[in-house]
Design a protein around this ligand. Structure first.
Ligand code: KIV
Length: 277
């Protein structure tokens, strides 16, 4: 009998238990090979609707569809084995009412086999969150800068600059927590607001542009790999994939144009028997 090591995928309980403990490590993933590389290092892989901007070249996440999220969610689930996988619910798939949210969340979970969904949770979303959690769908909230609200905000802006706005973000986080979210992404807020939210809510907060005071951190993987010329100020670049891709394409083009590629090592030879016969 082979003593094969069984890899256990993290569960919602593991993520929720990280409150006030070791920081949760989270990254976005959209495709199978990248998910396989990230999986051993991450507690959470988020199939973010940022896929629309990062992979499909959209100028915001508003145009992302259920079909896109399901396709990318399936790829990430296929290639990961230990990280907890969350799939974003796209704009227009959950806001109408709790029934719409459940039907779309259930479809995402059935077709991708992911462990949870994320919704950008304005105060109105508390009803959706408790409806989903009661029916077996773990929900991650998302407060502060909500990219799906880009058209009412008039751009991607940090949140909590005025007292009113600050109070609104705190209310949204409180409502998501009370409604049963197992974790909340806090995006684009100053450290003091991130600290207040993290101390207020019972679930872990996961910061993006929200200081080290959150219970975990998330970045868009392609940003931290250095794939884009411009990134938001809160991104730290851990790689320079842009240069790797551009230099590699340039070297390949040069070799092809100068007939240095393919060489003998990359060329099939006629099989011996066929050549002799
Ligand atoms: O869509 C996404 O990638 C996200 C993260 C930035 C948190 O929501």
């Amino acid at each position: 009998m082979s003593a094969q090591r069984q890899i256990r995928r993290k569960t919602v309980k593991d993520i929720a238990a990280a409150k006030g403990s070791d920081p949760l490590v989270c990254l976005t993933a959209y495709d199978a090979p990248t998910a396989a590389l990230l999986d051993p290092h991450c507690d959470v892989l988020l199939v973010g609707d940022s896929v629309g901007m990062v992979v499909h070249g959209l100028d915001s996440t508003v145009g992302v569809t259920m079909e896109m999220m399901i396709l990318h969610g399936q790829a990430v689930m296929r290639a990961s084995e230990q990280a907890f996988v969350v799939v974003d619910m796209p704009f227009g798939s959950y806001e109408t009412n709790a029934d719409q949210a459940f039907l779309n969340a259930a479809r995402i979970m059935k077709e991708t086999r992911c462990q949870a969904v994320k919704i950008e949770s304005g105060a109105y979303a508390a009803q959706q969150i408790s409806h989903l959690v009661d029916r077996g769908v773990p929900v991650m909230g998302h407060v502060g800068l909500r990219p799906q609200a880009v058209n009412v905000d008039g751009g991607f802006r940090a949140k909590g600059r005025s007292q009113d706005e600050r109070a609104r973000v705190i209310d949204e986080a409180h409502a998501a927590d009370e409604a049963g979210a197992f974790a909340i992404v806090v995006e684009g807020v100053a450290e003091d607001l991130a600290t207040e939210i993290t101390e207020l809510v019972s679930c872990p907060t996961i910061g993006i542009g929200a200081s080290a005071k959150c219970d975990g951190q998330i970045l868009v993987t392609d940003d931290m790999l250095g794939k884009f010329e411009w990134t938001p100020r809160f991104v730290r670049r851990y790689g320079d994939v842009r240069t790797v891709i551009s230099d590699s394409a340039s070297a390949y083009a040069d070799d092809v144009r100068n007939r240095r590629f393919p060489g003998d090592a990359e060329t099939y030879a006629l099989s011996k028997r066929k050549a002799e016969g």
